[in-house]
Write a protein that binds this ligand. Structure first.
Ligand SMILES: C[S@@+](CC[C@H](N)C(=O)[O-])C[C@H]1O[C@@H](n2cnc3c(N)ncnc32)[C@H](O)[C@@H]1O
Length: 434
């Protein structure tokens, strides 16, 4: 194990469990460290701070895996087995049973590792798929044998009667098709399926979204091999509920014959499906317009909507293009959920003007008393940045609105007190009053 001491002159905030450290924070950073080699960080007084790994190729030279001095990292396979098991227990204890994020990188003390667990039914058989994304060389060394690690996890959960899905129903997908791997010296390539039982075509599976807080189960046609990120955005699941609850009251009060909803940057259309099911239960007619740049996402969204009998017009368009406009005061609810415009701090000004441009279009198109839901999934954009941006958009649109609900990522995407970058998704729902 290599021990590295921090400089005396560092910002004391660094000691408050922030998982990333640049090389400049260390007194004598080692240049010959192997990715994955255990590093212990101590402060200038030689007190334990954390243990983790370093990579000289990476902008964040060091990433913490544990802040607990009792936790040893030398036996990486056993450490990973234990951590994955604990994460599964944590998600079960939050009420998740079907599809959920099992591991959220730094926020689950496994920096560089994303694991989404998707459950679906095909030919009267249930399957679970673990979609794994490894973004750092350090964490790659912990997961040297993915099949063994997941078999261990699944068999332990079965043995303890915590789940019923066996290893014979489990598929593993490695999504190494993410460019940032190259920065870490890791190979970049197409998604790989390990353990593909029954030769299931994973490019179109009806992923089951059935969280305890959602009133209806949703089955969303998803591409787990080539779809964006891990195939489906699980992070919005709690926001769907909050928005639908507020919108339900609006519908109950105004009793409209029909409501019009626009789902901007809809991806697979989960907002539409959830709201569609809620409105159906209320007996309210709804017309949805779904907009996205991705032809593939829209085709899958259309398949899902058709399956549910939801009236939806799907438009493939670049929403940043001037050709994309919304008719004035035409919609009861507009959801604006664009991609992360700011990948890092230097992109914040350009990202803010992009969010403003898009929200301006939405504000023009909303009816009086209707709602605009503005989301940002950029870690570098703060909630205050988003509020400032949407405020400018409403002023430019000559509209007035008030925030009536606010949200972040769902409970299966926890975030740490000392890691503000981990809180990336912000959602604001505002009611337009004039
Ligand atoms: C954060 S995801 C949206 C997630 C989705 N609303 C959900 O809840 O699952 C961003 C979406 O924006 C789409 N997108 C990216 N750039 C776009 C553009 N210029 N115009 C329209 N859609 C775009 C992507 O294809 C992706 O589906």
């Amino acid at each position: 194990m290599i021990t590295l001491n921090l400089k005396k002159t560092i910002d004391p905030k660094v000691l408050l469990r922030h998982p990333w450290m640049t090389k400049t924070l260390f007194d004598k950073p080692s240049e010959s460290v192997n990715p994955g080699e255990v590093i212990e960080v101590r402060d200038a007084n030689n007190q334990f701070v954390s243990r983790g790994y370093a990579n000289t190729l990476s902008f964040f030279y060091y990433r913490a895996v544990t802040f607990d001095s009792r936790e040893k990292l030398e036996d990486k396979a056993s450490f990973l087995n234990e951590r994955l098991y604990e994460l599964f227990i944590q998600r079960l204890s939050l009420g998740y049973k079907k599809s959920f994020r099992l591991c959220f990188s730094e926020n689950d003390f496994l920096p560089g590792l994303i694991i989404d667990r998707f459950l679906f039914e095909k030919n009267n058989k249930f399957y679970q798929v673990f979609v794994v994304q490894i973004t750092t060389a350090g964490i790659n060394s912990y997961i040297a044998d993915p099949l063994k690690a997941f078999k261990n996890l699944v068999e332990r959960l079965i043995q303890e009667k915590l789940v019923q899905i066996s290893w014979e129903q489990t598929i593993l997908v490695l999504r190494n098709d993410i460019k940032i791997r190259e920065k870490e010296g890791l190979p970049f390539g197409p998604a790989q399926v390990l353990n593909n039982i029954d030769n299931i075509d994973l490019s179109l599976v009806p992923v089951s979204i059935d969280h305890w807080f959602l009133k209806s189960e949703m089955k969303i046609q998803s591409d787990l091999m080539g779809g964006q990120k891990t195939g489906f955005f699980l992070d919005q699941n709690y926001n769907l509920l909050r928005v639908a609850e507020v919108f339900t009251e609006y519908v109950k009060f105004f009793k409209p014959q029909k409501v019009r909803i626009m789902d901007i940057c809809c991806h697979l259309g989960q907002w539409t499906v959830y709201l569609g099911l809620v409105l159906k239960e209320l007996g309210v007619d709804a017309e949805f317009v779904l907009v996205d740049i991705s032809k593939e996402a829209l085709a899958n969204a259309k398949a899902t909507m058709d399956g549910y009998g939801i009236t939806a017009e799907c438009r493939q368009i670049d929403v940043m293009d001037d050709a994309f406009t919304i008719a004035e005061k035409d919609f009861d609810l507009i959801i604006v959920d664009p991609p992360a415009f700011a990948k890092s701090k230097e992109h914040v000004p350009a990202a803010k003007s992009a969010y403003q441009k898009l929200n301006l279009k939405a504000y023009k198109g909303i009816k009086k008393y209707g709602f605009v839901v503005s989301c940002s999934c950029s870690g570098a954009i703060t909630l205050e940045d988003l509020k400032d941006t949407v405020n400018r958009a409403q002023i430019k649109a000559f509209r007035s609105s008030k925030i009536v609900a606010q949200g972040g990522h769902a409970p299966d995407h926890p975030h740490l007190f000392g890691f503000p970058e981990g809180f990336y998704l912000k959602m604001m729902m505002a009611q337009v009053t004039t």
